[in-house]
Design a protein around this ligand. Structure first.
Ligand code: PEP
Ligand code: MG
Length: 574
């Protein structure tokens, strides 16, 4: 009999497949009966052999993978080689444990200690330590292989308590047809990555989802926010029909993906892509995007011991510019967001001091002002890449390169950034347009004052919702309160657009809400001029733009602003 669980919709689409359970919170260890007295030297040799095998395995896995995934494996190899870990295992073996039991005990203890640390970076890394431990136990013959995210079987519906962004980047969308999470929230970065990979995701399903027997047939419906276990024939037929109509809708939208999107009364709305990785940049133009409206540059900085050098960054931005210039019709905007670390995006090379409220702490532009060389190097790299490709304006049909500051709260911050960048404007260097992300209510409320220092604005509804509604976007219980359709958030969007328009400054909306076709007309009605969306949503959003007139959109927005809550706005949009 089929069982349906309800959660929160986090990435659209319907996935039908078989369950693969992925537990990152503990090691699976089968203690074999010890029949003979242990020889410590032999056990240590066994450990060293397993360590070599795991190292080879990680090197093989990293080979030919996208940079972010390869760096993740490099970080895992560094953990594997860690001297303190090896010394503790050696001591446990000397005290009489088998290689497997010593590995199990030491790795479990280290992971537990890291998880309990008051530092979000190390707390997040305890899953990596467990991953290494599990690989060692497999080679020591003491554990079944844990489901490996980079090698999942075809037709997988991945079931987990939660996934980190570094887990999600390893998934192959052709094999992973859906994700069902006991915890998680729709605007956490792992959900954002799932959307950009086009994998349906439902989160907040509760612990019940983790009790499912592996290989059970199941359905993830990322539109209806449901997870169905052991679906009966009727449910399966309905899911297949929903899947088919989605395929048809996407195919229909894709036919016009490369045409500009104008409303029925002729208002042109540029639709750009959000890129979280080099792969997204390369996929964006093929999907019909008119450039990159938000390049999240965190992928350049994560999982490494040192920040990327100037040359490395010049090389990366140059590759992206070349890629965009090669597109027919010239998809020519490239908006590079300055590093947005902190909150749920900790950095290994930056020793983040423990913070009680990381989302209210040293994040975004605050961290950049604290570490100005990161900011200056990033801006300089973009300047050089742009200069080497012919300047900030690239021909008649072209748009431009832009530099975007995350998490701006005050006018002071933007003025300081301008001061920090001022001496980088030598005669031979292009001046890159400087924009402000509006993702904190204060920035929305003082947009008019910010227009003196910002060349453009980009509204980040993921954070704007969390800060407006005082709900941590990653919190399992209250995260869903951070709903960008709440009228309070809509009001701030409308105010931002009104103030920016009065000063003739363009406004993009790049939060995940921009990628929801049911919200497109509302956003245009609130005054948003450009949309930057996950790559798989580009064609659907263009189709949604074409469905309405600006007048209809304005009426819809006026009504939404009077709604009591997000649920009422949703009803209106349907
Ligand atoms: C946002 O907050 O809406 C945004 C686009 O930034 P990020 O999701 O990367 O924090
Ligand atoms: Mg943000």
């Amino acid at each position: 009999m089929s069982i349906t669980l309800s959660g929160h919709a986090a990435a659209p689409g319907v996935g039908i497949g078989t369950a693969v359970l992925y537990r990152t919170d503990r090691l699976t260890f089968e203690q074999a009966a010890v029949t003979a007295p242990l020889d410590a030297a032999l056990e240590w040799e066994r450990y060293c052999a397993a360590q070599r095998l795991v190292d080879d395995e990680l090197a093989r896995l990293a080979h030919g993978k996208p940079a972010l995934v390869a760096e993740l494996y490099a970080a895992h190899r560094a953990i594997l080689q860690d001297q303190t870990l090896a010394t503790s295992i050696h001591s446990a073996i000397d005290e009489g444990s088998s290689a497997a039991a010593a590995t199990f005990q030491v790795v479990s203890d280290v992971a537990h200690a890291m998880g309990a640390l008051d530092d979000s970076y190390f707390a997040g890394r305890s899953a990596d330590v467990l991953d290494i431990g599990q690989r060692l136990l497999v080679h020591l013959g003491a554990a079944p292989g844990r489901a490996r995210l980079d090698m999942l079987p075809a037709d997988t519906i991945l079931i987990a308590d939660d996934l980190s962004p570094s887990d999600v980047v390893q998934l192959e969308p052709g094999k992973v047809l859906g994700i069902a999470l006991a915890g998680g929230t729709p605007t956490a970065h792992s959900a954002i990555l799932a959307r950009s990979l086009g994998i349906p995701l439902v989160c907040g399903l509760g612990a019940r989802v983790l009790t499912i027997a592996p290989r059970s047939p199941c359905i993830v419906d990322g539109d209806r926010a449901t997870f169905v276990l052991e679906p009966d024939a009727i449910t399966l037929r309905r899911a297949r029909a929903a899947q088919q109509s989605l395929v048809e809708e996407r195919a229909q939208a894709a036919r016009h993906a490369h045409l500009r999107a104008t409303t029925r009364d002729g208002v042109y709305v540029p639709v750009l892509a959000n890129a979280n990785s080099p792969e997204d940049v390369f996929a964006a133009a093929a999907a019909g995007a008119e450039g990159i409206g938000l390049l999240r540059t965190e992928f350049l900085f994560q999982e490494r011991a040192l920040p990327p050098s100037l040359d490395e960054q010049v090389d990366t931005y140059s590759r992206f510019i070349r890629q965009l210039r090669e597109q027919e019709g010239g998809a020519m905007q490239l908006t590079v967001r300055a590093l947005d670390a902190g909150g749920d995006k900790p950095l290994r090379f930056f020793p983040h001091p423990p913070e009680d409220n990381p989302f209210l702490g040293l994040r975004g532009v605050r961290l950049l002002l604290d570490e100005p060389e990161i900011l200056r190097t990033q801006y300089r790299a973009l300047q050089i890449a742009v200069r080497d490709h012919g300047g900030a304006q690239w021909g008649a049909a072209a748009l431009e390169a832009r530099f975007l500051l995350p998490m701006v709260t005050t006018v002071e911050e933007v003025r300081f950034v301008r001061l920090l960048l001022a001496n980088l404007h030598e005669a031979d260097m292009p001046r890159i347009k400087l924009g402000v992300m509006v993702e904190v209510p204060s920035a929305a409320l003082i947009t008019q004052q910010l227009t003196s220092y910002a060349d453009f604005f980009s509204i980040g509804t993921n954070d704007l919702a969390q800060y407006t509604l005082a709900s941590d976007r990653t919190h399992r219980q209250v995260g869903v309160l951070a709903d960008p359709l709440h009228p309070a958030v809509l009001r701030l969007i409308e105010m931002t657009c009104r103030a920016a328009r009065a000063a003739r400054k363009p406004v993009t909306l790049c939060g995940e809400l921009a990628g929801d076709p049911s919200a497109t007309r509302l956003l245009l009605g609130l005054g948003v001029q450009e949309l930057s969306v996950p790559v798989p949503a580009v064609a659907l959003i263009k189709a949604a733009v074409r469905r309405g007139t600006l007048e209809e959109c304005t009426l819809l927005a006026a009504e939404a602003l009077t709604c009591p809550d997000a649920a009422a706005v949703r009803v209106l949009l349907q």
